[in-house]
Ligand binder design. Sequence first.
Ligand code: ZN
Length: 125
Amino acid sequence: MHELSLCQAIAGVVKPHAAGRRVDVVRVRVGALRQVVPDALEFCWTLVRDFEGMEHAELELELIAAAVSCRSCGADAPIASRFSVACPACGSADVEITHGEEFMVTSIEVADHTVVESSEGVANG
Ligand SMILES: [Zn+2]
């Protein structure tokens, strides 16, 4: 399952940041274009966290809408669907995706509410 390997990759990012401390919260930024089902990701996380000895770690997802920057008309606009990556203003396909491909651990919260910042992308397994 796609989400299971993603959760294993998340755990791989979290563990060195936790450095042996108890992990309470794991915050993950997920772009809309990553084809991740949030419910499935959260379910898989409950399996992986137990296996990895992080039973207390709650997953907090920050969902990022997809957006493009258009080279034809200069529009900077959100797009509704990953199936039509085109400029919503002029219809041009000559666009650069500016948001929606994120998948990263932004921070974790360990024992005593210590927040450990991260900007580490999660490799797509
Ligand atoms: Zn355009």
